[in-house]
Design a protein around this ligand. Structure first.
Ligand SMILES: [Zn+2]
Length: 406
């Protein structure tokens, strides 16, 4: 290991992190968490076919052991519980440790983030309860998820998460009143603490949002899904997406976008370019490095001052791509002051693994930059602080307690 890499690893180990994107559940959801439950509610479950139950532990571990989701979750567990590597033999003991810790404290899922992941604060995307801070305003600031507002032109419809608009008090009789009511709803969410808007539309449809008129959209509004043809439904979605961009600009809320993966045939971040150009006052945060289109994000951040390249989830998906993203975005983006990161996790254990992954890719990329003479060690340390926490605090106006729990 180079001296620079060792120095940066040591420097990064204690740095606080601020996550711009998490999916933590309410405290109750973790009460009886087992190792199997943890795997199945993490991204490791995504890599395992038929992921309702792990019947064959040996087969499961053989299937996932080199997958980055598994590698980082296991490292998170080892950091928190001091446990050995997960094998069929160690499984039950590790599982008992996890369950006992959650039984002992209902906020263990947050305690481990603070103690072992050095989290100061996080932005929460509760897609099952739009705008919620899951009962922890001292730690989570909500993002306002807009999927259902774009995808649903009737109160009986739902987005890909099953979120409908039925629980909101919206006027379904008149489209212009409805649009004003949606805007008012988001203004209220901001007044109540929301610090971002969030689109996960790449799981619902492609990201090519065409211009659409009010009259086009009004033809779908209030109609049942089977009464609307595909072109009209799409025009409605396009129109409402642009409404969301306008309200994000008005409220100066960074607008976070899932790009890459998702419905992968339509999730290339370049598909958002016409919307980015059309809404210069809207800040487009492009999540996940657009994986696998990391360089497309670099190109967009090079050309457009309203694009912030974002590492959320990327170090967990493919650490090598995250290292490449850090190299190219630092070089090509108009400013490195906009590069943020989020763990994108569903549990405290996975969040700890995500923070370890971030620090691993930062140390690797920044040490390389120092050793090749691109900048000095102090610049690398400044960038490390910026990407771990300072950029997120500035971009989202987050205030953090001075220090994580001991
Ligand atoms: Zn997410």
């Amino acid at each position: 290991m180079s001296t620079t890499l060792a120095q940066l690893r040591e420097y990064l180990a204690d740095l606080p992190v601020v996550s711009v994107h998490e999916h933590h559940r309410e405290d109750d959801a973790y009460r009886d968490l087992s190792l199997e439950g943890l795997f199945l509610r993490s991204y490791v479950g995504w890599a395992y076919p038929g992921h309702q139950h792990i019947a064959d532990r040996e087969g499961f571990l053989d299937h996932v052991r080199f997958n980055a989701y598994f590698v980082w979750l296991q490292q998170g567990l080892q950091r928190i519980y001091g446990c050995p590597a997960i094998t069929p033999r160690s499984w039950d003991a590790v599982s008992a440790q996890i369950t006992a810790a959650h039984h002992a404290s209902p906020t263990w899922h947050l305690d481990v983030m603070r103690r072992h992941g050095r989290y100061r604060r996080a932005i929460q995307d509760a897609f099952w309860h739009v705008g919620s801070d899951v009962g922890h305003p001292e730690f989570f600031s909500p993002a306002f998820r807009i999927n259902a507002f774009v995808m649903c032109h009737h109160p009986d419809m739902a987005d890909h998460n099953g979120t409908s608009l039925a629980r909101f008090d919206l006027p379904w009789g008149c489209f212009s009143e409805y649009v004003q009511a949606v805007k008012a709803l988001i203004r209220r969410a901001r007044a109540n603490g929301a610090v971002a808007m969030k689109s996960a539309l790449a799981y619902d449809r492609d990201l090519a949002f065409a211009p659409a008129t009010y009259d086009d959209a009004a033809r779908a509004f209030g109609k049942r899904p089977d009464a609307v043809d595909d072109a009209t439904r799409r025009a409605y979605q396009d129109f409402m997406f642009h409404v969301c961009c306008e309200i994000a600009a008005e409220l100066q809320l960074p607008f976070q976008h899932h790009t890459g993966l998702g419905l992968i045939g339509g999730s290339n971040p370049m598909k958002l370019e016409p919307a980015i150009r059309r809404h210069p006052e809207t800040t487009f945060v492009l999540f996940h490095g657009g994986y696998p289109w990391v360089q497309e994000i670099a190109g967009l951040a090079h050309n457009y001052p309203n694009v912030l390249p974002d590492l959320t989830w990327l170090p967990l998906i493919a650490p090598t791509a995250a290292v490449g993203a850090i190299h190219e975005w630092v070089e090509a983006a108009q400013t490195a002051r906009g590069i943020c990161w989020g763990g994108d996790a569903f549990s405290g254990e996975e969040s700890v693994g995500a923070a370890l992954a971030l620090k691993h890719v930062l140390a690797t990329a920044l040490a390389h930059k120092v050793d090749e003479g691109y900048f000095g060690l102090e610049d690398a340390q400044l960038l490390a602080r910026m990407i771990c926490s300072e950029n997120a605090e500035r971009v989202y106006g987050l205030t953090s307690p001075p220090d994580p729990l001991p």
